[in-house]
Design a binder for this molecule. Structure first.
Ligand code: ZN
Length: 655
């Protein structure tokens, strides 16, 4: 899901704003993201929307929703048929989640009417003594009413021009606002079917394939949609309006194409067509990177609604903003979110971080590395505002689950950093293995599942990486100190000291880091492993160093100071030679800036006895031969002062 702008279309609900970064493409792709207000809203009070308890003793394997959806007066009514399997005792009672604001006409198990209690958003089915564990039962609930939206607008009656538009957006907990369900992300139904009866001038859209359209000859039509893939309850959706239907195709083999169906407001089609036409190309890019489109036997599509972003309903994204970023983000969710769903909302970064990062993958494929780097730079800037751990601690607050700085931006940057750690080809191998893993595919995954895939594919131990970036907070702040000395032949010996400012959790960050040294001969990139609060490294490079850059390609979310400060090490005062000496010795030094330079000799009482240099000099290497005049033998000092640089060394004159 993605929300970008403050797009108020609903006046009867309590709107609460929270900070939310826009998923933004560089403005050379989409200029309208520039106007992003960094706000989204949700319906109702999030404090009153806790994670709902669901019945762990049952599994719902199938949903068949047959809904009449009317506007003016706004109402839904119909039948929900669920196939449930009782896993454990007690055998005579179970419950489903259903808003208490809806009414129930009857509840049947295998066509036999049963008693129930409907209160506190729970539909408890009672008085049935014959439930046999592991047998499948058909629960039929006839119900209806006016759904009251929660969250991001779980079920909304709106309009465009003078036509109605009605849509659902259940993520994270809103399914129960419009149909009886087991309101849990963890269990997926094996399949689902949604039939929408609506005014005959409207089109009802849902997941999967449209298997039938029936004209009821009474001013209404019925649209029957069948989804044959496993589906998490929050991904079941409806959208109804006087849609204009526009199709294009993604050809995935010599003879087969995936249908892409866009349901958009007729008055907006002409303006949107160019954007819609980008979808097949995006599927092509993501197929190459992640593997085959997950719902290849069905479709992909967009259903327009009055929302300020979009939501990745399985095979049919509900969408209000048609930018490249939003279209790519929701499409990527079909792999990351829909095919593999985060096991619970604590691990939402597995949905949102991946979809956000996929925007970057799309940019990289279309516009190249420089544009990708710009995307990363923006996401890093947002990530630095993330508070707390990427693992969402409080899933009772949807503002915490869908925190843009954290779950989206930092989630995407963690993937960028992982790519830096394991390398490009292994990284994409990881993504493909993850979405195609037999234990996870079309199911759910946790951070630990993803880590396991990363470790298997990379053959690296990555505990440190996931512990600090998913379960830790903040990001490293490095201070770099460095210097060099002339080594053998054309080599120079570099000393680098990496100091981290202490963090809370972890106390410091462990990361492989690249250091780039430019010399007068070549560029050298050294990869070191930084795993202490303070750490020293020595290495040699060919040629005289001109600059040093810590993490030159920004593979790490960080702050840094001190690298590339040539000035600091480029004023060098070397030890004189020979020493002790008679009758003469050579003093060498180098300076960086055009500035006044003073080189003097002092006796042991600190009195200046000779001034060797006192003039403005250009940057460079200097050699001064010192031949003492009228000095007695003994210990002396030579001092070089230029700008802020001030260094003293000892010399011994023997007569
Ligand atoms: Zn998303």
């Amino acid at each position: 899901m993605i929300f970008n702008k403050n797009f108020i279309f609903c006046s009867y609900t309590l709107l609460i704003f929270f900070l939310y970064p826009c998923s933004s493409f560089p403005q050379f792709i989409e200029s309208d993201f520039k106007t992003c207000s960094k706000a989204a809203f949700y319906y109702g009070n999030p404090q009153l929307l806790p994670y709902p308890e669901s019945d762990s003793t049952i599994i719902v394997s199938y949903y068949d929703l047959r809904l009449d959806i009317q506007s003016k007066p706004d109402l839904i009514s119909g039948t929900a048929e669920l196939y449930i399997r009782k896993k454990t005792f007690p055998e005579n009672i179970f419950f489903l989640n259903l808003s208490s604001l809806l009414f129930i006409d009857s509840v049947k198990i295998n066509e036999i009417t049963v008693n129930y209690i409907h209160q506190n958003d729970k539909l408890t089915v009672l008085g049935w003594n014959n439930l046999i564990p592991d047998s499948v039962y058909k629960i039929k609930i006839i119900y209806g009413g006016l759904p009251v939206p929660t969250g991001f607008g779980s079920f909304v009656f709106g309009s465009h021009l003078s036509s109605p538009v009605i849509w659902s957006l259940s993520q994270p907990y809103g399914s129960q606002d419009w149909f009886p369900c087991k309101n849990s992300i963890y269990d997926k139904a094996d399949s689902s079917q949604v039939s929408i009866t609506c005014s005959e001038n409207l089109t009802g859209v849902s997941n999967g394939i449209l298997i039938n359209t029936i004209n009821n000859q009474n001013g209404t039509k019925k649209y029957i949609w069948k989804n044959s893939y496993p589906i998490s309850v929050y991904l079941i959706s409806v959208a109804v309006s006087d849609y204009y239907e526009y199709k294009n195709y993604y050809k995935y083999s010599q003879n087969d194409s995936l249908e892409i169906v866009h349901y958009v407001y007729p008055e907006m089609f002409a303006g949107l067509k160019g954007q819609l036409d980008k979808t097949p190309g995006m599927i092509d890019i993501f197929t190459e990177k992640f593997g085959e489109y997950p719902f290849i036997r069905e479709k992909y599509g967009h259903a327009q609604a009055n929302i300020s972003g979009a939501m990745e309903h399985q095979t049919i994204t509900t969408i209000g903003v048609f930018t490249d970023g939003v279209i790519a983000h929701e499409l990527a969710h079909q792999w990351f979110g829909d095919k593999i769903t985060c096991r619970d909302w604590h691990h939402i970064w597995l949905n949102e971080g991946f979809a956000t990062y996929s925007e970057g993958i799309y940019i990289e494929s279309m516009l190249g590395k420089q544009s990708y780097n710009e995307f990363v730079r923006m996401k890093m800037s947002d990530s630095k505002q993330a508070q707390g751990t990427l693992y969402v601690q409080n899933i009772d607050l949807i503002s915490e689950i869908f925190n843009g700085y954290r779950s989206y931006s930092k989630g995407s940057i963690v993937l960028h950093m992982l790519r830096g750690v394991v390398g490009d080809s292994t990284f994409f191998k990881i993504l493909r293995s993850y979405v195609n893993d037999t234990a996870l595919s079309y199911g759910v995954a946790s951070t630990e599942d993803f880590q396991r895939i990363c470790e298997t594919e990379s053959e690296m131990e990555l505990d440190y990486f996931f512990n600090q970036w998913i379960y830790g907070e903040n990001f490293p702040k490095y201070i770099i100190e460095w210097s060099y000395e002339k080594g053998n032949e054309t080599f120079y010996d570099i000393k680098v000291k990496i100091i981290q400012k202490a963090n809370t959790n972890p106390s410091f960050f462990t990361m492989p880091v690249e250091i780039q040294v430019k010399t007068d001969i070549c560029d050298t990139v050294v990869r070191i492993f930084n795993d202490s609060l303070i750490q020293n490294y020595n290495f040699s490079v060919k040629g005289k160093p001109e600059s040093l850059k810590f993490d030159p390609d920004d593979k790490i979310l960080k702050e840094k100071t001190g690298d590339d400060i040539y000035e600091k090490i480029s004023y060098l005062l070397y030890q004189n030679y020979p020493n002790p000496f008679n009758p003469k010795t050579t003093i060498e030094y180098e300076i960086y800036k055009y500035d006044n330079v003073k080189l003097s000799i002092y006796d042991i009482r600190g009195r200046e006895v000779t001034v060797l240099v006192n003039e403005k000099q250009r940057p460079g290497f200097y050699k001064i031969v010192f031949i003492p005049q009228d000095l007695s033998s003994g210990v002396y000092f030579y001092r070089l002062i230029s700008g802020n640089f001030n260094d003293t060394k000892k010399l011994v004159y023997l007569k």
